[in-house]
Design a protein around this ligand. Structure first.
Ligand SMILES: NC(=O)C1=CN([C@@H]2O[C@H](COP(=O)(O)OP(=O)(O)OC[C@H]3O[C@@H](n4cnc5c(N)ncnc54)[C@H](O)[C@@H]3O)[C@@H](O)[C@H]2O)[C@@H](O)CC1
Length: 508
């Protein structure tokens, strides 16, 4: 099911809403109970159990430390040998008293580094943490690396609102509250979180009106289950036409590689047929590399245009784009075609700019797009009347109405998975994010491949919004499964394996 990812501010607002509705709620006690439950499970998995186990709780000066102290007290009450170690600021006063009363032993950082416990609970910094940790804490983390680590809310030092990393602790398991934060899903931070368990503490996702909206910091982020559920798979009655014919009008004599990469993206993700209609040089290369590609013009269910056109002859590019608009089928409009958009596009088009291209489309500075990616994508979608997938570390999809209301998980579940999979419910405008991938995918040619993948999805009848989200998520997931500097064409070579595996019922 599509997951919601929230910002730290959104989480605080949701907590506040709960406090306003139910004054006096002791959320920290509930959160601590969940932390203690996780610790019990981890100690059982380690074979020592709570009574025979040893736990070290690293405690910060805020509420995250308070969670850790109350969890420490619960475990000590149950006979666990618990040491608490204040590492930053002054510990939460009430939590400290409770932990001491329960018999927790207080140790300094130096003492903590001398004995490796079964389990370390990292309750130093949570959503209130600024990125990075002091050197002595990083050293302690290394000294105790042989222990199992449980992070409360997030490994200390990560930024709740991004996948960026500086110095941080690492966890085998992270227990977080109500919803994932960006550091739990976006690499490379996500790799430091271990397994992330989202637990219910009574805080409901959503802003003041109870609806989880991008504008309030709640984003639907595609996950592997969505890929498994929504990727179009041919049935026994399908043929190449019903699966979808993708027309590629990409590449140029100067940039023939874009034609090859996009066509590869389309072929490796299930297009029934790919027609390539670009210039002679790329056409020869495409056919030599992919003999199933048809070079003749003809009926298509979606066009992919713009990748590798070059910018030498905008007038010719404009005519090229116009020619493809005439068919009236959905199009993926990429790269050099993005600056030439006509006043009216066919229904169901997907624009795939990166930040620089989106800045040019909107006539704003690139930094403005970088600082407000979601809003910029929404503005472009509204202005150009097409769905926008803004490429980057977090890939935002915005629908043409420029609204930021999202399909709810139940609405997503209702869609048939082929064809027409993932149609957004009528009247619902969407803004959501693709599953984030590693930074390795930020390389020349990735966008060309992605355009072809999205072309296959559009041709299969998937809506533009979901085509962008699923295409970008497939590329991210493939790069996660094959970490390292694989080139875009090599990653495209793994697409069939990833799609095949995720469609298997046993896929986790
Ligand atoms: N608001 C609530 O009622 C709830 C909060 N909960 C917990 O509270 C946490 C948030 O608590 P806080 O807002 O107190 O924030 P944190 O406990 O995450 O940290 C805030 C404290 O750390 C200091 N600090 C931040 N970054 C630092 C850095 N890089 N180096 C040194 N010091 C740094 C700040 O000055 C502040 O004193 C959540 O992550 C969660 O664990 C849970 O108990 C659920 C309920």
């Amino acid at each position: 099911m599509t997951q919601y990812v929230c910002t730290a501010a959104a989480m605080r607002a949701a907590e506040q809403k709960l406090f306003d509705a139910h004054p006096g709620t002791d959320l920290m006690a509930v959160a601590a109970g969940q932390v203690a439950a996780q610790a019990r499970g981890m100690l059982a998995d380690l074979g020592c159990g709570v009574r025979g186990g040893s736990v070290l709780v690293l405690v910060g000066g805020g509420n995250n430390g308070g969670d850790g102290l109350l969890a420490a007290a619960e475990l000590a009450d149950e006979g666990c040998h618990v040491r608490v170690c204040p590492v930053l600021g002054t510990p939460h006063a009430a939590g400290w008293q409770v932990a001491l009363r329960a018999g927790c032993e207080v140790v300094t950082m130096e003492q903590a580094g001398q004995v490796v416990p079964d389990l370390v609970i990292d309750a130093v910094l949570g959503i209130g943490g600024r990125p990075g940790i002091p050197d002595d804490l990083a050293r302690l983390g290394e000294q105790l690396s042989a222990a199992s680590w449980l992070a409360v809310d997030l490994p200390s030092g990560l930024d709740a609102n991004s996948g960026a990393v500086t110095t941080s602790l690492r966890a085998d398991v992270t227990v977080t509250f109500a919803a994932r934060k960006w550091c739990h899903v976006a690499p490379p931070a996500a790799e430091r979180c271990g397994r992330v368990d989202v637990v219910d503490i009574g805080v409901e996702p959503g802003g003041s009106d109870g609806v989880p909206k991008c504008a309030d910091g709640w984003t639907s982020v595609v996950d592997e289950d969505d890929l498994a559920r929504l990727w179009p798979v041919p049935g026994p009655g399908d043929d190449k036409y019903s699966r979808g014919v993708v027309g590629m009008d990409t590449g140029s004599s100067q940039y023939p590689g874009a034609a090859l990469l996009g066509t590869l993206g389309a072929l490796r993700t299930g297009a029934g047929m790919v027609r390539y209609v670009g210039p002679r040089r790329p056409a020869d290369l495409v056919l030599a590399a992919m003999p199933s590609v048809v070079l003749a013009d003809g009926r298509v269910q979606a066009w992919v245009v713009g990748s590798g056109w070059g910018q030498d002859d905008p007038a010719a590019n404009g005519r090229r784009l116009q020619q493809r608009c005439v068919d009236g089928v959905p199009m993926v409009i990429d790269a050099d075609a993005l600056s030439l958009l006509p006043a009216e596009l066919p229904d169901g088009c997907l624009l795939t700019p990166h930040a620089g291209e989106l800045a040019r489309m909107l006539g704003v500075d690139r930094d403005e797009v970088r600082e407000n990616p979601r809003e910029s994508a929404a503005e472009a979608a509204r202005r150009f009347g097409a769905t926008v997938l803004l490429k980057g570390a977090i890939q935002w999809m915005a629908d043409p109405n420029g609204h930021v209301v999202e399909p709810t998980p139940s609405e997503i579940l209702d869609v048939a998975d082929h064809p027409g999979a993932g149609q957004m419910p009528a009247g619902q405008a969407g803004c959501a994010a693709a599953l984030p991938g590693p930074a390795w995918t930020g390389q020349a040619g990735s966008g060309d491949v992605l355009a072809g993948v999205c072309g296959t999805l559009l041709a299969a009848g998937v809506s533009a919004g979901w085509a962008g989200l699923l295409g970008a998520s497939l590329q991210a997931l493939t790069a996660c499964r094959h970490p390292g500097p694989w080139s875009p064409d090599q990653l495209a070579g793994f697409f069939p394996e990833i799609i095949g595996a995720c469609r298997r019922p046993s896929f986790p």
